[in-house]
Write a protein of this length. Structure first.
Ligand SMILES: [Zn+2]
Length: 133
């Protein structure tokens, strides 16, 4: 069992909101967003519709300072493989693993993916909403 991650000395984590992921107005998955009332950090979990959580993380998933939760949308994939929850830095490169296990280097500018075949949005901008991908 791995080390349990704590966001701060006295975590008070409560459920904040979902973000639904839609294709053709049908919800195919969601991101559950949790927040620590003490340090205000947010934590996200990817849920694919009809699939039990596949995360094997103990406690809350870690996010580093300066990173934001985002969703990458691939124009090259369909259905559940079309989106993925990620941690976006403000600028730089993200190693993105595709559904067929290729690793792509995607460029990030101001927390947004800049690429011909991939787009992204920030989870925090869509709380309690559905996003059509
Ligand atoms: Zn905290």
């Amino acid at each position: 069992m791995g080390e349990i991650y704590s966001c701060c000395e006295n975590p008070q984590i409560t459920y904040l909101a979902p973000v639904n992921i839609n294709i053709d107005e049908r919800t195919i998955g969601s991101v559950d967003v949790w927040r620590c009332a003490a340090c205000k950090k947010k934590f996200c979990e990817e849920k694919q519709l009809g699939i039990d959580s596949i995360t094997d993380i103990v406690g809350m998933p870690r996010i580093e300072g300066g990173e934001k939760w985002g969703v990458i949308v691939s124009q090259l994939q369909k259905g559940k493989d079309k989106w993925k929850l990620v941690r976006l830095k403000q600028n730089g490169i993200i190693k993105y693993e595709t559904a067929d296990e290729k690793i792509l280097d995607l460029k990030i500018e101001d927390y947004k993916i800049i690429d011909d075949y991939h787009t992204s949005f920030l989870v925090e901008d869509h709380l309690n909403k559905a996003v059509e991908i």
